[in-house]
Write a protein that binds this ligand. Structure first.
Ligand code: SF4
Length: 430
């Protein structure tokens, strides 16, 4: 491999590098033997020439590559190699470049993560971590050695460092992982709150041990690539369809991070578990025919509200309050028309704005620092009444039944919003 010429310097690719994901391979093969994976067939791990790879990365960055994804099956299999490359990328990266790696989390040493937490600029690296299943019996059956405790330690430490986004993968349909076991896998992994979580469905790839022994687990699978399964002895086709419903809303609501406060509340307080929320909502979504139509951001809020109203959720008022908070928090510019009917009429709004103009210090020092005049306040802010105390919620994450107001300020240059809580006191008569 060390003598192979570089494939990364084709003249026709040069103009496009900034718009594409650039895939780069620095090693080939994997020492593990997961029976569903093509890489388990090959023996050993081989490396390309390190210095040539570094030159290629310098070349790609110099020609505009922004997202560079390493396809190495387990980038951190050699600690010294991974450390050398991490250091190189930290030292020589261009602004705005992101490097993505597939790593095996349970073999990652805490000192490596500490090094990244201390030295990597936020957003430079992104990790993809295959968890697949947390069911030990299932992992044994596919010869996948995985220590979920150590994996949890790694993912938690990376998350606490707040430098690296993590994408965790699961596979539905592994041997002896039935619907309930998959629900547990999902909940175990969601507990780690990865920035992204992806549900994949098992594929019976040619030449893999699992495909050779497909009959042992009564696998039914497509004869055509990508050979996705349709069921096995413990997972029916109906179960697979239900899990696909979970996948659909997980993608829209969690992975896109449009409603983190709302989702957190729903999965902890309203539903028995995160999986149950995504399953119930995903099934409803499918039944409404929403999988077949497009949607704008506001539709996502309206549809969640419709689903919760249909379930007659007791906490609906608070949930809608959190949805409004999420909506404001994720806007770059002041929205023209939010998805709900304004909770304050003209006079009510006027009264509160007057109060704020007279006593801006009630909204804290960062609001006073904005030094907004009357015209600017009306132009760049939105006001909303909430059924819970926003200040307590933002400080402690707890919902206290005590009405308050939320003032959202939208920076006119498009830098996003800032939320200011205002307690409902005797001075405001509403
Ligand atoms: S699933 Fe990952 S760890 Fe397992 S053999 Fe494939 S590449 Fe290696």
């Amino acid at each position: 491999m060390k003598s192979l010429p570089t494939p990364y310097r084709l003249e026709e690719d040069r103009g496009d590098l900034s718009k594409r994901v650039t895939y780069i391979e620095t090693s080939r093969g994997c020492p593990f033997s997961c029976q569903f994976c093509l890489s388990s067939i090959e023996v050993g791990v081989r490396y390309f020439d390190r210095e040539k790879i570094k030159e290629d990365i310098r070349y790609l960055m110099a020609n505009g590559a922004k997202t560079i994804k390493f396809v190495d099956r387990t980038f951190n299999i050699s600690r010294s190699y991974a450390m050398e490359m991490f250091q190189f990328l930290i030292d020589e990266h261009h602004p705005g470049v992101v490097f993505q790696f597939e790593i095996t989390a349970d073999i990652m040493r805490p000192e490596v993560i500490q090094f990244l937490n201390d030295n990597a600029p936020a957003g430079l690296f992104r990790f993809e971590i295959g968890v697949q299943s947390t069911n030990d019996h299932t992992n044994d059956l596919v010869m996948r050695r995985q220590n979920f405790e150590k994996l949890t330690r790694t993912v938690t430490m990376v998350k606490e460092g707040q430098k690296i986004d993590q994408h965790l993968d699961l596979i539905a349909g592994l041997p002896e992982e039935d619907y309930h076991s998959f629900r547990k896998t999902f909940n175990d992994v969601f507990e780690l709150r990865p920035e992204e979580m992806q549900l994949g469905f098992l594929k019976m790839l040619r030449g893999t041990g699992l495909r050779i022994r497909a009959d042992e687990h009564q696998y039914i699978y497509s004869e055509h690539a990508p050979y996705e399964i349709l069921g096995n002895n413990v997972l029916s086709f109906d179960d697979i369809v239900r899990i696909k419903q979970v996948e659909d809303v997980l993608e829209k609501y969690w992975n896109d991070h449009r409603m983190d406060h709302t989702t957190e509340y729903l999965v902890k307080t309203v539903f028995q578990s995160p999986f149950d929320f995504f399953q119930d909502f995903g099934t409803y979504w499918d039944e409404q025919g929403w999988s077949r139509i497009g949607h704008q951001l506001e539709d996502l809020f309206r549809r969640l509200q419709q689903f919760l109203a249909y379930r007659e959720s007791a906490e609906l008022k608070n949930i809608i309050g959190l949805m409004k908070l999420d909506y404001f928090m994720n806007q770059k510019y002041k929205p023209r028309k939010p998805w709900w009917e304004a909770s304050l009429d003209k006079n009510g709004r006027k009264e509160i704005y007057e109060y704020i103009l007279n006593k801006p210090e009630q909204l804290g020092s960062s609001f006073t620092a904005l030094a907004l005049n009357e015209k600017e306040i009306h132009k760049h802010t939105l006001l909303e009444a909430l059924p819970f105390d926003l200040e307590t919620y933002l400080a402690e994450g707890t919902i206290v039944d005590k009405p308050s107001f939320m003032l959202a300020y939208f920076d006119p240059s498009g830098k996003g919003s800032t939320i200011f809580p205002l307690s409902k006191s005797g001075s405001i008569m509403l």
